[in-house]
Design a protein around this ligand. Structure first.
Ligand code: CUA
Length: 310
């Protein structure tokens, strides 16, 4: 029944926990409008014939409304209020916040969607969420008013600069669901698209751990300054006490002992922890060991920063 109506109305797939109930309300509202319109049409035809003017029939005069008519008006109003009550309950569900829900900041800007996760991960245009877990989207805009529209989730919400609007969604179907901008926001409006990628929980956890985190690089930049790396290493290619970091990642380095090494994650981490292990030719042995000075994620952040200087 649901699928039949969905196809008749040409609605997109139902991929969120609320989509089904929003559609059901939609079917009932459209169905009752069709039914009432049809009933009025039939009655109009019937009355036209039944009460047409006839020389033998006396003219009728208008009477005060009967109980039946008052009842009809009250019933109609009650039906409309019922639609509103159901719709309001759905609205409250979208606005409610489940404790323990995943929080994702969604920043709209001309003309893209950026998702920022609690661990600092920032990704453009793709918002990954696990299926079956509530996710709170904290929407805000950096410039003008946009509108976050995910047809398959039956969600549409204005995104206003200077304000955070929270929407709670639970994806029910794995897949990629379009995000569109539904508020004209400039010349790139029609290209302001993204995707909600709903992943099975295990895949989501895997992604959260494995994907490259652009924000890690800026953490690394801060650490590099704090820990004194930048006193000897430049990031703009100028020669200094140590090899410059600009373009270092992936470069083939000539070592003092005549061999070469590719500056990859492993080499860079080793050089931080044990600088004398592989000395680059032409540089003095000045670097202190950072073993014990840098936690694992900190070293990773610095490597990530060096990687970003390619
Ligand atoms: Cu953003 Cu239209």
């Amino acid at each position: 029944m649901n699928q039949l109506f969905r196809h008749m109305l040409d609605l997109p797939p139902q991929a969120s926990s609320l989509a089904r109930s929003i559609d059901t309300l939609h079917y009932v509202v459209i169905g009752s409008a069709f039914f009432v319109a049809f009933a009025v049409f039939v009655l109009v035809v019937y009355f036209l014939v039944r009460f047409r003017e006839h020389p033998d029939r006396p003219r009728r005069t208008a009477k005060t409304p009967a109980t039946f008519e008052i009842g009809l008006v009250v019933f109609t109003l009650a039906v409309f209020i019922a639609f509103w009550v159901v719709g309001f309950a759905q609205y409250r569900q979208i606005r409610s916040v489940t404790p323990g829900a995943i929080r994702v900041y969604v920043v709209a800007k001309q003309w893209m969607w950026e998702a920022v996760y609690p661990d600092g991960t920032a990704v453009q245009d793709d918002i990954r969420v696990p299926v079956g877990r509530p996710v709170d989207l904290l929407l805000t805009s950096r410039d003008v008013i946009h509108s976050f529209y995910v047809p398959s989730f039956r969600l549409k919400q204005d995104v206003v600069p200077g304000r955070i609007t929270t929407l709670e969604i639970t994806a029910t179907e794995p897949g990629e669901w379009d995000i569109l901008c539904a508020e004209y926001c400039g010349t790139g409006h029609s290209r302001m698209r993204g995707r909600v990628i709903a992943l099975p929980p295990a895949e989501y956890a895997q992604w959260l751990q494995s994907h490259p985190t652009p924000d890690l690089a800026s953490t690394g930049q801060k650490l590099a300054a704090e820990k004194g790396c930048l006193r000897c290493h430049t990031v703009d290619g100028t020669p200094h006490l140590g090899p410059t970091w600009k373009g270092l990642y992936g470069r083939v380095e000539q070592l003092a002992d005549g061999s070469t090494v590719v500056a990859d994650e492993a080499y860079l981490t080793e050089s931080m922890m044990d600088p004398t292990a592989k000395m680059v030719r032409g540089f003095p042995n000045l670097m202190p060991s950072y073993l014990g000075q840098l936690a694992g994620p900190e070293a990773a952040a610095i490597v990530e920063y060096i990687r970003s200087l390619r």
